[in-house]
Design a protein around this ligand. Sequence first.
Ligand code: NAP
Ligand code: GDD
Length: 385
Amino acid sequence: MSKTALITGVTGQDGAYLAEYLLKKDYIVHGIKRRSSLFNTERIDHLYQDPHVDKRDFILHYGDLTDSMNVTKVIQECQPDEIYNLAAMSHVKVSFDTPEYTANADGLGTLRILEAVRLLGLTGKTRIYQASTSELYGLVQEVPQTEKTPFYPRSPYGVAKLYAYWITINYREAYGMHASNGILFNHESPIRGETFVTRKISRAMARIALGMQECLFMGNLSSRRDWGHAKDYIKAMHLILQQDKPDDYVIATGVTTSIREFILKTFAAAGMEIAFSGEKEEEVGKIVAFDEKLFAEKVGEEYKNHIRSRIANNPVVVRVDRNYYRPTEVDLLIGDSTKARTRLGWAPEFDLNGLIEDMISSDIHLMKKEAHIKNGGFRTLNYFE
Ligand code: NAP
Ligand code: GDD
């Protein structure tokens, strides 16, 4: 018989990949989506099944993790074998602007799910995955970070997730629940939110290459992250819930890269060589050369003149804007996922170059489409003109 899963945050990056993955494994998948003033299901539209026609195995419920009754009702309705709690206000910088909301959704939201499962008498049936994060390590106390490294969160987001991490363990120990934390390091993809750093860079690179944008404004270029591909990481989530015993696992690649290096690699993947000079807010990145053959292959022959002209006349493509700095920064993340690799048999398929290739080919394609729409398509740019 098919298993039933409930995914909170199903409209997000990980939720979308996980929903597709579980459907392919014959699960019945329920997802919680928020009401929004515009459609917010773009990442999962390809999974849509018409309720009037099909017998559905992908079912969406309106909901919000800040609403206990809603969370309880949805869990009661779907009686899930597995809950993947991926919903969160997940942007670290934004959590400094909305700290109370972040605590409510990311911290108490997890408690609401655990408590609903307990009160509904589903403790013996429902397994729970909590989306914990390498942001817990914050001001890192050890390099690389393992399941045993002490936490030192550095943002309202990190602190909210610390509560969620411990309440998950507490319910496991207090009530014997199958509740586990995946401590996932940064993972990205072509459907990563546009304001996270990798997507911002890959998207801006495509726009600069196509002549749609002049410059990429960045915050701290020196912080380092351990970046993997979301497609690999959602498989770890599933594996964690297939174990006989609940437990907590670090999921990471074990390779760390600075933001500056990520920019160099992203432009290089499309044939453009960047050189950085200057310090702090005066630092700039200039295009200094380009590989015409690679550029033509990745971006297009017809855009080569534009890049030649940028190199000759206006080579600065990266600048620093201190508005993107965070009040407290997480400088270095690098994970040791030995436990997951040995006990779960998990290993990533993508390395950083593979991830970048996947992201840039998607963004170049998307930005070409966007340029096409703006140059004569239907999109209205100014409503009162
Ligand atoms: P994401 O793309 O930002 O998706 C977050 C999802 O949560 C979206 O579906 C969002 O809905 C939903 N959401 C936000 N607030 C909600 C609320 N109050 N009630 C219900 N749903 C809400 O994040 P992601 O990258 O997929 O990450 C998934 C989870 O893993 C998050 O909990 C994140 O904190 C955690 N995590 C991510 C990473 C990473 O590198 N990606 C690493 C470690 C941990 P809308 O679509 O309506 O906004
Ligand atoms: N977003 C962003 N925008 N980050 C920038 C920028 C910029 O313009 N310039 C520099 N950065 C730096 C940030 O200061 C940070 O050091 C790093 O790039 C990564 O930022 P994000 O991509 O926003 O990710 P994050 O590491 O803060 O958080 C992500 O990963 C966590 C796991 O470690 C999110 O997905 C979290 O939800 C997740 O828990």
